[in-house]
Write a protein of this length. Structure first.
Length: 313
């Protein structure tokens, strides 16, 4: 039976039993295979460099919506998703994210956006297609202020499906919960917003949802939080960027590298120059130590040392 009930914050439960849900008949269950990491703009040379660099990672790709918005996706199967049956392994369970429980499967945006060659709602981009796009429309020379032919883009994208393609070997959680700022400069680490701490109880559920995907962790400092994604670069894609545009470019030049985050967010921690890296099953340490107002706002956050202490119990 479908239920609708308050679920804290702005969420309301809209979930049905698996056999009753449209998800049970969905071809490919794209919502479980494409994690939206962040939205971004393409208004400057720096934006273009960042899109190029993030597209060179094996499991990450930018996509352009018909609204003009760019979204960066991680194309990996959710850890709880059965790729054969398409079923969620924790459907309806207490530890399933409310992001999933509250999603209305009867008006699913993913079905149209991820239908592959026939989709006209969203276009996934490879590094090759980004290069073609820029050169065809002279984006840099025109200061990114030019229209594009949506039909031509759709035709160009034929054969490029979103979602897990040729996945790199999935990363395993780090052996230590602590990641030094110096180690964070490794090109395999990318940092995605929101970089501020959650403001409401419902925002903590976004952490639960994103950390359900392999290779995604929460990097916590006392001044800045970030979603940490571990992935590897396709050397051919990086070589194309260097050959066509910027011979000396490095992954650290992108907007989602640690160097960029450190420059713009200035993270610091009471435990030193390091992040505390948390996985999904460790989020209780944050929730248990937060203080909440009656309307669900977070009024007090734990510092790094407090979280470390509760995890060591």
């Amino acid at each position: 039976m479908k239920t609708t009930a308050p679920a804290g914050g702005d969420f309301r439960i809209k979930q049905e039993g698996w056999s009753e849900s449209p998800c049970s008949l969905c071809n490919g269950t794209p919502c479980c295979r494409n994690l939206p990491l962040t939205s971004c703009t393409l208004d400057s040379r720096r934006d273009f460099i960042s899109l190029l660099l993030v597209s060179s990672y094996r499991d990450i790709y930018p996509a352009l919506k018909d609204s003009g918005e760019w979204i960066i996706y991680l194309g990996r199967n959710c850890s709880f998703h059965d790729p054969i049956s398409g079923k969620c392994g924790i459907h309806g369970a207490p530890d399933q994210s409310m992001v999933c429980k509250s999603y209305d499967a009867h008006s699913c945006w993913y079905i149209d956006a991820f239908r592959g060659d026939s989709s006209r709602t969203m276009i996934p981009f490879t590094t090759n297609m980004l290069v073609w796009f820029e050169k065809t429309y002279s984006l840099i020379d025109n200061h990114f202020d030019c229209g594009c032919d949506w039909d031509e883009l759709c035709c160009r994208a034929v054969g490029r499906e979103a979602g897990p393609q040729k996945q790199a070997e999935l990363p395993v959680p780090p052996e230590s919960r602590m990641l030094s700022f110096e180690e964070s400069r490794n090109e395999e680490f990318l940092f995605f917003p929101p970089f501020r701490r959650p403001e409401r109880r419902s925002h903590l559920d976004l952490l639960l949802f994103r950390l359900g995907f392999p290779g995604v962790s929460l990097a916590v400092s006392d001044s800045c939080w970030a979603f940490l994604v571990r992935d590897s670069i396709d050397p051919e894609a990086l070589g194309l960027i260097r050959n066509e545009y910027y011979p000396g470019i490095n992954p650290g030049d992108g907007a989602f590298s640690f160097d960029s985050i450190r420059r713009e967010q200035n993270p610091w921690s009471s435990s030193g120059e390091e992040w505390l890296v948390l996985e999904r099953d460790e989020l209780y340490a944050i929730t248990a130590l937060c203080s909440f107002s009656p309307d669900g706002r977070i009024t007090e956050y734990p510092d790094i040392r407090e979280i470390q202490d509760i995890l060591s119990l």
